[in-house]
Design a protein around this ligand. Structure first.
Ligand code: AMP
Length: 299
């Protein structure tokens, strides 16, 4: 079973305590598909400007990611810049330039409508709505968002949640989305908005799966060489959705196992800037780390 992802392909400029990268390849759809491609066929819908070096995505093509849905528009590619605090968990966005992303209205082809798994990566909530209106009846829809859209388009975002099964979001954004500093209450309020499950990512502190009346918490896989956390959330989502697509199961136990795969993919992503680590990753490394992680979390 394949996955449709709609999100950003971007130039990122990132500063972390370990160094910096300027105009590096990033974007929510890029990180997501790099991770998910280890599990299932991925079909990408996104937009870039004519300044984007398309060969930077060759590693995705080599993994059978279908990027023919990448629209190339006259103009500049979406750009984002961010800076991480010494703890590598707190991040400040220093610049967001929407460029060709403003006015982006994706048109789904017939093959896009056939996917049973849809991931609405971090993107304008109006565009996320539009994709859902055009898609068929996917078995499972998950989505992500960011402070930028919570600030600017909260209502569109909240109403979109009524149309998705799983929201994957970080702890600060979960609090911001429903204006509640208590994470337990915030997760409950998000569930009230419609999704069947909320995955709250807490960086180096792990991730929690919240469903009606049931919680499941995982630590993060311990990584001693954290270089750049950018894209960890999207890589998590890639492992999570990838596993669900590969297993064909969407029950709560499958969501728990998907959390383990998401954590493993996120742990690789933070080991280098941009998509470098995901680009060099092998299936054997993933399965080794997955086994080690299971050993760590199983009493
Ligand atoms: P993450 O670290 O998982 O939250 O994802 C970071 C990625 O999201 C970066 O590669 C950015 O290019 C992308 N990004 C940053 N801001 C936005 C935004 N407002 N909308 C969509 N994508 C964004």
């Amino acid at each position: 079973m394949g996955i449709l992802v709609v999100g950003t392909v971007a130039f990122d400029s990132v500063k972390t305590p370990e160094g910096e990268a300027s105009d590096a390849i990033g974007g929510s759809a890029t990180y997501f598909s790099a991770a998910a491609s280890f599990y299932a066929p991925v079909d990408v819908i996104a937009v870039v400007g004519n300044d984007f070096p398309l060969d930077a995505l060759d590693f995705l093509r080599e993994r059978q990611v279908d990027i023919s849905g990448l629209e190339i528009r006259e103009g500049k590619t979406f750009r984002w810049a961010g800076e991480y605090a010494a703890n590598m968990n707190d991040r400040r966005t220093t610049d967001t330039q929407l460029n060709v992303l403003s006015g982006f209205r994706p048109v789904l082809a017939d093959r896009h409508r056939e996917h049973d798994h849809v991931f609405l990566a971090n993107l304008d909530p109006d565009v996320q709505h539009e994709v859902l209106s055009q898609s068929g009846r996917p078995g499972i829809v998950a989505c992500d968002t960011m402070d930028f859209w919570i600030d600017g388009k909260r209502e569109a975002l909240q109403s979109m949640l009524n149309r998705v099964d799983v929201l994957i979001i970080n702890d600060g954004e979960a609090r911001q989305l429903v204006d509640d500093h208590n994470l337990v209450r915030a997760a409950g309020r998000i569930l009230d908005l419609g999704p069947r499950a909320v995955v709250v990512k807490r960086g180096e502190h792990g991730a929690t799966l919240c469903t009606e009346g049931r919680w499941f918490a995982l630590p993060a896989y311990p990584v001693s060489n954290v270089i750049d956390p950018t894209g960890a959330g999207d890589a998590f989502a890639g492992g999570f959705m990838g596993y669900l697509a590969r297993s064909g199961d969407t029950g709560v136990d499958a969501l728990k196992r998907a959390m383990v795969h998401g954590s493993v993919m996120a742990s690789f992503n933070v080991e280098d800037f941009s998509v470098r680590r995901l680009a060099s990753l092998t299936a054997d490394e993933i399965s080794d780390r997955h086994d080690r992680f299971l050993e760590m979390i199983t009493p």
